[in-house]
Write a protein that binds this ligand. Structure first.
Ligand code: DX5
Ligand code: ZN
Length: 236
């Protein structure tokens, strides 16, 4: 898909639940993707870890390329890697639609974000819990997606860090209506409402989908909670 097609598809479908494929059953990846499609997932969040930027390893471009062959869902690759520029073409050639890089890995990410867009993909910029929201403001014009980490990156199943809410509130006004404002880490039925009220429009969910037996029920409940909170925030 082209960048305009992907971004307009995502923006027209807000709020979005993005299943994080870190917690899926890797022995049954094909089945997991089928179940997520049946459950109404609108995109997949693919966590790429290099054991250097974060203290964990996951999967890389070859696995994403295999997934590309079995689904038309947009792929958002969350690159938790120290040198994303080096592997950019690999991830784009593997069929990623959005590449999200970390500002802690690339402190001056403008050129890389523009390179991603020039290749026809959407550009995302992520920030860790200890990084202030202001750090990414100079680059927001080069972004299609901003991702606020609400846990230290590297592992699923951690507790939501509430200071992410302040960052979402700040970034929501700058992100505007043309960008996706994503929150990643510890999002479940207890935390999604506050994140939605703070302005998040996309919710990355690992444990709160994959730990439950019925993915459709999990996604529907998360969407309802996010939608209700966003509506009450508007009417306040
Ligand atoms: C953490 C990853 C997340 C994580 C989310 O580094 O970026 O996408 O898998 O998992 P939960 O929803 O379990 O916090
Ligand atoms: Zn992630």
């Amino acid at each position: 898909m082209t960048r305009p097609a992907v971004i307009s598809r995502l923006l027209s479908g807000l709020p979005l639940i993005a299943p994080s494929m870190l917690k899926c059953d890797f022995a049954n990846l094909h089945r997991e993707v089928e179940l997520l499609e049946l459950a109404g997932a609108k995109l997949l969040h693919l966590d790429v870890m290099d054991g250097h930027f974060v203290p964990n390893l996951s999967y890389g471009a070859p696995v994403i390329k295999s997934l590309r062959a079995i689904t038309g869902l947009p792929f958002d690759a969350h690159l938790m890697i120290s040198d994303p520029g080096r592997y950019l073409d690999d991830f784009l050639n593997a069929g990623c639609d959005i590449l999200t890089i970390h500002i802690e890995a690339v402190p001056q990410p403008g050129e890389l974000l523009r390179r991603i867009r020039e290749r026809g993909a959407c550009a995302g910029l992520a920030l860790n819990p200890k990084t202030p929201a202001e750090a990414i403001l100079p680059y927001i014009a080069d972004c299609d997606l901003v991702l606020v980490m609400s846990v230290e990156p590297g592992f699923g199943g951690q507790r939501f860090i509430p200071t992410a809410l302040d960052k979402l509130r700040i970034l929501a006004s700058y992100a505007g209506k043309d960008r996706v404002l994503s929150v990643d880490g510890g999002i479940d039925l207890q935390t999604i409402g506050a994140a939605a009220q703070a302005g998040a429009t996309e919710f990355v969910c690992g444990s709160s989908i994959f730990d439950l037996p019925d993915y459709r029920q999990a996604i529907d409940n998360l969407l309802t909670a996010a939608g209700n909170a966003a509506v009450s925030a508007i009417s306040e």
